[in-house]
Structures are given as C-alpha cells and as structure tokens.
Design a protein around this ligand. Sequence first.
Ligand code: PHE
Length: 450
Amino acid sequence: MKRGQFSSRLAFILAASGSAVGLGNIWGFPSKAAENGGGAFLLMYLFLAFLLAYPALMAELTLGRHGRSNMVSTLDSITSGLVQKRLGQLTGIMGVITATMILCFYSIIAGWMMAHTLASITQTLKMEKIAEWLVTFSLWRNICFSTAFISLTLLVISAGVEKGIEIWSKRLMPCLLLLLLGLIVYVLLQPGAEEGLKIFLVPDFTQLADPQLILSALGQAFFSLSLGVGTMLIYGSYIRSDENLPVAGALVTVSDTGVAVLAGMLIIPALFAAQHLGADIYTETGRLISGPDLIFHALPALFEGMGEAGALVAIAFFTLMSIAALTSSISMLEVPVSWAIETQKISRLKASIAVGVFSILISGIISYKFTSIFELVVVATTEWAQPILSLMLCLFCGWLMHRNHLLDELKQGVPDLESGLFWRIWPTYVKIFCPLLIVIILVQSFLPFS
Ligand code: PHE
C-alpha cells in the first residue's frame, strides 16, 4: 500500500502547526498565564518551548521520517535485541493509547466550543430556548457535541494524508489566523483591555522560581507542541526526504508559540475589558479566573456588553476555538489510525471508523462520569504520560538510533549539516540534557515544598 506524503514544506508546516495550535494555545496558555503571574509564565514558557520542546520535537520528526511508519513500528525498527524491542513496542503502544485518550477528553471541550458557536447563532436568530440548552452543561449536550466533533475528525482522517489532513489544514489555518488577528484588534480597542495587556506582557520576576509555575509551563510546552504521543512522529513520516527538518521543526515551534502569545494578547485583555463592563474576574483567593469560568462566563459577559457587534464577535470567537480544536484532533486520530492501517493491515476507512467509534464510546463514558474521571484523564495524559513518553522518545533517538543513521537522515535535506551549529549541539542535547531536565522537573513536582 502506498504511504501518504505531504506535497510541500508549506503543507507540512500548516498541518504540523495545525496539530500544535489548538485549545492548548488559545485556552490553556492564557488560562495558565492568568493563574501563574502573566508575563513570568510567558517567559518560562518561551524558554522551555525553545530549550526543551524544540529539541524533543526534532527527535520525533527525525525518528518518524527515518522509520516512515507509525510510532510502534518505528520504535520497533530502530531497536535490536528482545528487551529494547519490547521497550520500543511498549512506548509506541502507550503513545497510541495516550493520543486516543487525549482525543476523548479533547472532543468534549471542543464540543462545548461547537455548542457555543451554535448558541451565538441561535441567539441572534432569537431562538432563546435552543440557545439556552446549548450553553447549559448537561450530559446529553456533551455527548451529542463530542460525538459530532469526533465524527467530523473521522471524516477528515478517512480521506487520507493529502486529501484529508493536508487540504483541511491549508483551508483552516489561514481562517484561524485571520479570526485571531481580527479579534485581537477589536478587543484591544475596548476600554479596560490595556490593563490586561500589561499584566500579560510585563513579567513579575519573583514568580519565576515557583516550582508550580515551571511544571505548569513544561506541561503546557509539551501539550502545545503535541509531543510524546506520536503525532509529530507520524507527521514526520509523511515529510519528503529532501526537506530540511531542523528548519521545518523550528518554523512549527515559532508558529505554535507565536499563536499562544497572540492568544494571550486576546484573552487576558478581553478579561479586563469584561471587568470594565462589570464582570467579576477574580476568584475568592484573589487570583484571576481561568478555565471554563474564563471562557464561558467572563468572555460571554464581554460579548453581551458589546451590544449588536457582540453577537458577531462571539460567533467569531467560538468558531476560532472550534477550528483550532479540529486541526489538532485530526492529528490525534491519525496516530491510532496509522497504527491500525500499518500493523493490522486494514483499510484507512475501516481503521478510521473503528477508532472513531471507539473514541466516541470512551468520550461518552468520560461525559457520563464527568466529575470523577475528566480531570483524572487530563492530568494522567498531559501532565504525566506526555512528558514521560517524550523523555522515552529522546532516549530512543539519542541512545538507540545509530549516530550515523541520525546524521544520514538529517543530511538528506541539509547536506552541510555537520558544519552547522545544530549538529554540534542537538545530538548530545537530546541524549542527555533533555531527558535530565524532564526528570528534574517531574521529580521536583513531587517534593514536599513544591
Ligand atoms: N497541541 C494541541 C493543543 O495545543 C493538543 C495536542 C496534544 C494535539 C497532543 C495532538 C497531540 O491543543
């Protein structure tokens, strides 16, 4: 069976940035920044994104293009000996499971975004009852919309790499950027917004050493760049051999962090503009509100206060969120689907339907037991599984992939690689520094004083 391939560098950059740019950037990042001292969090995040997440991203892309296969088969192919092979397969399987579990909780949040988009539309059409149902938290609303969202993801993935992932990334990413920029300009013109911009951009250096801030920024950097679960590995396996990987990876990192910063410039000023209109934006403990309260209460309060234009701004905002979520979820679904196609030898359509239906079921269970399971799944997959799997991928790339193979792989797109800075730093970096730093940050989060 012929494997799919991205047709150009731009196609890869848009698809990989589409995976990276998601609810993590537009919701997670500003929320965490609001919780952890604004500018201080931004600085730590940028530092970790380039120092730790970029080298780890390069490990995934290189492994993927070298293996030209899904995560399980790739890790199997670069290892030798029973123990190494088993470890490779286990890491691969954990990646496939984690990606699927992330899709299951992500689809619930993405469903809320779709429901709020529809609610803003029905509100303008004066269909109050429907709008009310759409914005009210309920089991059936959650199940309906997460199912719709996964079905949409399934449709894109079943069309394949070029006709599904590539075409939709090319269509949706420019829309996302336009919507984001338009909303920023509009919100920054609102009274009160300036104060929020200041809080977001001016760091309070005393907060930089806070272990909670560091762990939170690390988790955010890994989640945002879609690391550890094989999404970047599988996208790497669809890149052309003559592509310059270090540059392509750097462009993805820059666009991902760039959108996170832009989202911060939208959400935090919007929060303060909402305060100007009378909304309460601080919690009882005096911190800025974050999470669902921020997105579904404070921001709608701002939209309502804007009068006629508010309804359009609300539609634009929730559409932006839904698009960002879709370009990410397609990369999540591609992980188990490519594994099923390549190891179970079934067609793409069958694989997409099987994994899609399975994910709908699991996400239904999470919705049903929302209060007891949801948070658990989020923490287990994003704060633990992702950094640990990323650590494993760095170890596989640094220690188990032969240095000559690594060099040959990268040289195809960069003939003079050996004379450049990247090759002098990165191999040792990914072998020693990245794993060590991930371990230190994970361990310190356990310590009693953190
Ligand atoms: N990077 C995506 C976001 O920021 C989430 C994601 C995680 C996507 C893991 C794929 C794999 O929302």
